[in-house]
Design a protein around this ligand. Structure first.
Ligand SMILES: C[S@@+](CC[C@H](N)C(=O)[O-])C[C@H]1O[C@@H](n2cnc3c(N)ncnc32)[C@H](O)[C@@H]1O
Length: 284
């Protein structure tokens, strides 16, 4: 597969995001994040636990606005799951976390095997501070978005990329809640869906996926395989087989290929991953 070569950028006029006032207030300004919503702790209404593991509170909020909403900022949930990931990225060297890959070879190969054009929109959900975005830009892809609920993770990636971060759309959001304002040709997720141990969260995830990927689009999803670990980053995970992954995605996503990877963590242990590549068969 030749490297993608188009150089046009469709993201730059969408950089209108705002920043939360609590969890990231200690961070330097991050002008490229375009999907920030103001988090108002004063507006918290505690309604009790939800399906996220360890979630402390839930706010009675309107449906989140889509990407780049016009008008004033609105409130959203502040969850313990966000706090968990914030502290992971704040307290650890991101090259030493278990999922670190200097070169995400299998992800890159699968993206390239989708044979989309260089300016096709690609989103890496739960991308964190992954190096995938660096390598996608390097390969010539010009419309790359990275979504994650940790502002610190996104900021790490932005700092690393420097000026190149201007060419990426940064979305701070929970993938199970986010209403994507645009469509993507490729949805990539490595080690995020497997945290959705509650079936309702999986349903919400697939709703978002179905909304964001039109017919002909691709989903590349990597989770721990059946012989992989039962926990990741201290959280329980749902390990997947080709069959269970296909069942979660449901009708409308046709499996193209599954591949397995023995990931070596920075501490030297091995983890079994399964990568599923699916094609959106119909817009239903
Ligand atoms: C195990 S790390 C994997 C990071 C990256 N995909 C990689 O392969 O290096 C999981 C990532 O998913 C993010 N994450 C977890 N749950 C999420 C959710 N519901 N919505 C968005 N991001 C989430 C975390 O902040 C973290 O960056």
């Amino acid at each position: 597969m030749p490297r993608a070569t188009t150089t046009s950028n469709t993201n730059t006029d969408e950089s209108t995001g705002r920043y939360p006032t609590d969890i990231s207030s200690s961070l330097p300004a991050r002008p490229q994040i375009r999907d920030k919503r103001q988090i108002s702790l004063a507006a918290v209404t505690c309604l009790g636990a939800t399906s996220h593991p360890g979630l402390l509170m839930e706010l009675d909020l309107p449906e989140p606005a889509p990407d780049n909403p016009p008008g004033p900022p609105y409130t959203r949930m502040v969850t313990s799951i966000e706090r968990h990931w914030e502290s992971v990225y704040q307290q650890n060297d991101d090259e030493l976390v278990g999922w670190f890959q200097a070169y995400p070879a299998l992800s890159l190969r699968m993206v390239q095997d989708c044979t989309v054009s260089a300016d096709a929109p690609i989103v890496d959900v739960g991308g964190g501070s992954s190096r995938l975005v660096d390598h996608l830009l390097q390969a010539g892809y010009t419309d790359v978005s990275v979504l994650d609920l940790s502002p610190t993770a996104l900021h790490l990636a932005q700092k690393r990329l420097g000026a190149r971060s201007q060419h990426v759309a940064w979305i701070e959001a929970d993938v199970t809640e986010h209403r994507f304002a645009r469509k993507y040709r490729i949805w990539h997720d490595r080690a995020v869906m497997h945290f959705l141990v509650d079936p309702q969260d999986e349903v919400r995830y697939v709703e978002r996926l179905r909304h964001a990927i039109p017919t002909g689009g691709h989903a590349i999803i990597a989770t721990f395989a059946p012989d992989g670990p039962q926990r990741c980053s201290g959280l329980p995970v749902k390990r997947h087989s080709a069959q269970s992954m296909s069942q979660v995605l449901g009708a409308g996503f046709e499996p193209v290929r599954f591949e397995y990877e023995r990931h070596r963590t920075p501490s030297g242990s091995e983890q079994s991953f399964i990568y599923g590549w699916f094609r959106r068969a119909r817009d239903s």
